[in-house]
Design a protein around this ligand. Structure first.
Ligand SMILES: CC(=O)[C@@H](O)[C@H](O)COP(=O)(O)O
Ligand SMILES: NCC(=O)COP(=O)(O)O
Length: 264
């Protein structure tokens, strides 16, 4: 049986990056979100950072009022952000690590090292009706801690895979595949994202069992040349193609094993 289609969450942070560069009213992330939804986005992701370099608190409040799909609010584990999530009550909250000086999110959340704070945030957010995911590296200890902390979902950080090529990328892909398997066995829903683009997404979509991919920078960059709706639609097509290729490969592997069973 075919697995359910992998969902696409479109991260619109970098529409706001362009707006903040000049302090103008445009381009408006709310307008971008609605266009992305029309093009087939299954959800909208935003990451209001502590330094508010792109998404503003007002954007989050407006999006909560107008989205037709669902919001995935990426946030640091701070009292300020927890209070915002409790006010806005997005469908999904993804807890991420944050360093003010970083260019983008450089690694996964250290759930093991911050267990009490993360588990407490999971409880508060669940009480507010949010489904919580933890943005983690594909590490067994972090997956196990995410489960113990009470998060029903993990998002695997694909940045290390995206930054590498050749054998090193294949090794990162294998880590992501093993981490997905482990998280699924623990009963977690598994999402993935960061640094995914039109060249590297198909191999990730081929990993069996993924629920959703969150992709932003590459889609917004491509939108400059083909428009946002086409950029979202192209990404969706690649995800479906990658998932289909993974499904066919898994059937072939299954048949191959059975042929060997027959020989025994
Ligand atoms: C948590 C994550 O991987 C990203 O979605 C995050 O939002 C990246 O931050 P920037 O959008 O600021 O690069
Ligand atoms: N959580 C990952 C995300 O939302 C998008 O990351 P990127 O595609 O902007 O690197």
């Amino acid at each position: 049986m075919h697995p359910p289609r992998i969902l696409l969450g479109v991260n619109i942070d970098h529409i706001a990056t362009l707006r903040q560069a000049r302090g103008t009213r445009y381009p408006d992330p709310v307008q971008a979100a609605l266009l992305a939804e029309e093009a087939g986005a299954d959800g909208i992701t935003v990451h209001p950072r502590e330094d508010r370099r792109h998404i503003q608190t007002r954007d989050v409040r407006l999006l909560a009022e107008v989205l037709n799909t669902r919001m995935n609010l990426e946030m640091a584990v701070t009292e300020e952000m927890l209070a915002l999530a409790e006010e806005v009550r997005p469908a999904h909250v993804c807890l991420v690590p944050e360093k003010r000086e970083e260019l983008t999110t450089e690694g996964g959340l250290d759930v093991v090292g911050n267990f009490a704070a993360v588990a407490d945030a999971c409880r508060r957010l669940a009480a507010a009706g949010c489904e919580v995911s933890l943005f983690i590296d594909p590490e067994p200890s972090q997956i196990e801690a995410a489960k113990r902390a009470g998060a029903p979902v993990v998002e695997l950080h694909t940045g290390a895979y995206a930054e590498r090529s050749g054998q090193a990328a294949r090794e990162e892909h294998a880590r992501l595949t093993a981490a997905t398997e482990m998280a699924l066995e623990l009963g977690l829903t598994v999402n993935a994202g960061h640094g995914l683009n039109y060249h590297n997404v198909e191999a990730i979509a081929a990993i069996p069992g993924l629920h959703e991919l969150n992709i932003g920078h590459a889609i917004i960059a491509r939108a400059l040349f083909v428009g946002l709706k086409e950029a979202v639609a192209e990404m969706k097509r690649l995800i479906i193609a990658g998932q289909e290729a993974g499904f066919v490969a898994s059937l072939e592997e299954h048949d191959h094993h059975h042929e060997h069973d027959d020989e025994d």
